[in-house]
Each structure stands twice: as C-alpha cells, then as structure tokens.
Design a protein around this ligand. Sequence first.
Ligand code: RIB
Length: 303
Amino acid sequence: MSNIAIVGSISMDLVMQTNRIPQEGETVVGDSFSMVPGGKGANQAVAIGRLSNKSDQITMLGAVGKDSFGPLLQANLTANHVCTQHVGTLPAPSGVAQITLYQSDNRIIYYPGANGLVDPNQWRDEWQVITAAELVVLQNEIPHHANLQIAHFCQKHQIPVLYNPAPARETDLEMLDLVTYFTPNQHECQELFPDKNLSEALLTYPEKLIVTLGSKGLTYASKNQVQHIPAIKAQAIDTTGAGDTFNGALGYAIAQGLELTQALRFATLAAHLSVQKFGAQGGMPSLEEMKEHPAYEKAWHFE
Ligand code: RIB
C-alpha cells in the first residue's frame, strides 16, 4: 500500500431525521438525532483507512477546534487507521455540519470552524508528508488558497492529486490544470462549465474529469469516447458520504496501481455499500466487506 495524504475538513455531523421538511417559520418534530463524525476530508480519509487497514500509510492533515468534539474526531480517525499526527488543534470551534435526513437524502448546512483556518503557510513537517505521498486527496471544505498552494506544490513535485470540488466554488477551475483527477457531481460540473454540455466537458478533460451522477453512476472520457459506469442498485438508508466513499475508494485503488476504469468500478461498489447504513462513515466498507460482495471483481486482486 502506498502513502496517501488527505488534506481537508474534519467535522462533527449533527443529524436529525424527519419525515417532513419544515416550511419557513414552522417547527416539526424530528424522528431521531445523532452526532457522528463527518467532514468531507475526514470521510475520505476514513474510507481509505478502512480499505487499507494499515495505520502507518494514511495521513490526515487538517484541524479540529479546542472543544469537546476535537478529541472525539481525532480518536475516530485513529480508530479507522488514519494517522492524526498532523491534525492541529486551533482556537476555534470544530467544524460542524447540520444535516437533515429526509427520505434517505440529506440537506446540509456546514460551518467550517477550525477547518476554515487550515493554512499551509503555517506548515513545516507537513510538506514532508505531502512529498512522501504517492497521492494527495483534496476537497473544498478548507480554504481555496490552501488547496491551490498544495496543488501547485504537488504539480512542482509531480505528486498526483485527486481533487473532489465539493461543495462547488467559483474558483475551482483554477485547480483544474494542477490536479490529476477532478471529480465533481453533475450539478457541480454544470456550474463549472456553463458553456459546455456534459460530453463536451468530459472530452476536453479525458481521464481527468470524472462526473458522478448519483444513483445513475458516473461518466468520464477515455480514448476519445464518453464512458459510463452505472451505479449498483441499492436500498439506500442514508446517502450522506456516498461521494466521499467513492472518492476515498477511488484514491485507494489508484494508489494501489489499478488502472482508471477498474478503479472507478471499485469505487462504485464502495459507494453502493456505503449508502446502506446510517451516517457519512457508517457504511464505508472494509476490503473484506468489498470482497464478500458478488460484484467484487477478480481483476482488482487486492491483498
Ligand atoms: O459529504 C458529506 C459530508 O459533508 C458530511 O459528513 C458533512 O460533514 C458535510 O460537510
């Protein structure tokens, strides 16, 4: 297994389940409430850590706040084989996501807290972690300037970057030429390329632009042709974190040397398993769980 560095958000998800979304000015009674670890960065790190099952190869870089969530969020990463040596504790609240779960789908309000203070200008040893990585994974819940600085560094040092531009920001396109893989969902893709239809955008960035389509799977371009990989049908309990599971599993498979199409198929299976349990990280599979699934392919040959 290769070294993978994930730079991104580490948050606590406050999840309320409801059978009705309140109208403006209305209060409805929730069906359940849970606090579970989340944050797109941490979710992707946990997805990789669970698949790799080795504690010395997956490193999280980011920050938690000086509050009661901080130690819980760090302990969760450690329990999932993610090294937290370079997770800082900053004088701010930990990141929080307020999630309303309605009919297995989510609506999220995210407050960055300490995640918004992640600043590579303050890094020292962290650059060595990046230099030693065979893949760096980024998302959009830390400041854009941080992502940009890391992506420039990686380009200079020829370190591949998997960038998941979620949630979308206007500045995301500045990252496009610097990264190896760019994985928006369809909605994010439309915002980024308003003048192109999906096929045109994909064909402009073959084997780089990978657009996830939710329950329809994903699409990308290879050999001058648009390719489509369908999702595996699932009885979804909670789709929160499905994209993070996909990105984490994709990063794991690429770092393991799988060719892109196979890596995308592997990540599709991981996302399929993830939506069948509650919580962003609740359904993220281990490699053993992947291998037990009938859709697991022999070609993946992971040990
Ligand atoms: O992608 C899902 C994640 O996004 C949640 O865990 C939540 O933290 C939100 O920010």
